[in-house]
Design a protein around this ligand. Structure first.
Ligand code: AMP
Length: 450
């Protein structure tokens, strides 16, 4: 199949050729014709499969012929859960639309409103926004959404799950009822899908791979380790190839900062990206990582949704995510667009229950192998009653040296008896502003500003 056969405009085809895209990915081949035909669409595609182009290309195509509205009000709105993802989508839209006279802009928090207001005044065809700042503009009447023909919810499950539902409903209320709605996401839990159906019209579905699977080219490894020795094991794994670009996931923002301090003190070039950093610091950390100025980026789950780095070879879970689906998103940062990737998880005994959930979700045996010299004092438990980190438990503390130089377990092990029923996990630092307790998965939290 070729992009030509999908009926896209020659100006778009030229830009795609310049991008080096030879043929559509499966989600693009499935979604683009349906969007061009005007259908609402629910697309479940694993991360790194070309989802952005699957909605951006038909969106641009449809805008080419349609006349601009008076004062160039936005005709397409793309909503994303994180600022980084919004910025990345803008980059893609600009690359695909480089031969077109279609303007696009991002609207998100953490940066001044002035330039966004000026851009909106000049006229923007495609707005790519996070919900919180978009609502600020709606309240200040600096944006008029009454001409929006197409709404895209990217990472739709996360949008709803991160507590954006009230914000989303307000935004939906400001959009014309007659519009096309496209939902893209790597994972679709049934309750999220049911919710999405409420504001879509007879959506067609495109599922290119079963939801909740990770890229086939990623090899998964679990290294059991005592919580107190995780930092040392991380350093050991990173030191095996100190030039390799590695994304490390930490469960908490504070933990991410502490890891960066430790890694920098150990001679590695590392930076952190999480919701407590200023937007400037986040943008700089990501840019430095993309340009290889730093080799280790330590992130909370916010980064799982916004980072597209060509051929990122390795993702390390310093902590396992509290919600198994987040593993899919984290790992989706590697093994993208046909390249191979490696996912390494450093798992302590108290995380056994989380690992069990992940293995269940992936329906896959993840290799569990000890690293010589780092064998844990308490083995992992993968049976039904496997322990989970205690509610409110923090990052494992630094190893405490005894006089004899032996490491002692600093924390975490005491939590091993805290059994928590599935779905009652607490997630720490899981999203842009996800600090709240997650009593039940998918119950929206209060609206978060991105
Ligand atoms: P996405 O899933 O949209 O984040 O895309 C993942 C990566 O695949 C990005 O780096 C895209 O530039 C790239 N990509 C998207 N579509 C294609 C295609 N048809 N051929 C080659 N690469 C693509």
């Amino acid at each position: 199949m070729s992009f030509e056969s999908l009926g896209l405009a020659p100006t778009l085809l030229r830009a795609l050729a310049e991008q080096g895209y030879a043929e559509p990915t499966p989600v693009q081949a499935g979604a683009i014709p349906l969007v061009l035909q005007g259908h609402d669409l629910l697309a479940a595609a694993q991360t790194g499969t070309g989802k952005t182009a699957a909605f951006a290309l038909p969106l641009l195509h449809k805008l080419i012929d349609a006349p601009a509205t008076a004062a160039r009000r936005p005709r397409a709105l793309v909503l994303t859960p994180t600022r980084e993802l919004a910025a990345q989508i803008l980059d893609n839209v600009q690359a695909y639309g480089k031969h077109l006279r279609i303007s696009a802009a991002t609207i998100f928090g953490g940066v001044g409103m002035g330039p966004q207001i000026n851009a909106l005044r000049r006229g923007v065809d495609i707005v790519i926004a996070t919900p919180g700042r978009l609502i600020d503009h709606m309240q200040q009447r600096t944006i008029d959404l009454s001409a929006v023909e197409t709404l895209v919810l990217d990472e739709a499950d996360r949008m709803l799950d991160m507590g954006f539902l009230p914000a989303l409903k307000r935004i939906l209320g400001a959009l014309p009822r007659q519009r096309q709605t496209l939902l893209f996401s790597a994972t679709f839990a049934p309750e999220i899908k049911a919710l999405a159906m409420q504001f879509m019209r007879e959506p067609r579905e495109v599922t290119v791979t079963p939801p909740n699977t990770v890229a086939a080219l990623v090899s998964h490894h679990v290294h059991p380790v005592d919580a107190s020795r995780k930092r040392d094991l991380l350093l050991h794994v990173l030191s095996q190839d100190s030039r390799r670009q590695t994304l490390v996931f930490s469960r908490t923002k504070h933990g991410a900062d502490k890891l960066v301090t430790f890694l920098n003190a150990s001679g590695l070039r590392a930076a952190a990206i999480h919701g407590n950093k200023s937007q400037n610091a986040r943008t700089k950390a990501l840019a430095d990582f993309k340009s290889s100025r730093i080799t280790v980026l330590v992130a909370t789950d916010i980064a799982a949704r916004g980072i597209d780095i060509d051929q990122l070879p390795m993702v390390i879970n310093f902590d396992l995510p509290m919600v198994a689906e987040d593993y899919v998103h984290r790992i989706g940062r590697t093994g993208r667009a046909g390249s191979e990737g490696m996912a390494v998880s450093l798992v302590s005994h108290d995380e056994s229950g989380l690992l069990r959930d992940i293995r269940k979700l992936l329906k896959d045996e993840i290799a569990v192998d000890d690293v010589a010299g780092f064998e844990p004092s308490t083995p992992l438990r993968l049976d039904a009653g496997a322990p989970r980190p205690k509610q409110g438990q923090r990052q494992p503390r630094a190893p405490q040296r005894t006089q004899g130089g032996q490491s002692q377990r600093a924390s975490g092990q005491g939590a091993s008896q805290a059994h928590r029923p599935h779905g009652h996990a607490q997630k720490q630092g899981g999203g842009e502003h996800a600090a709240g307790n997650r009593k039940r998965r998918h119950r929206p939290r209060p609206a978060a500003k991105a």
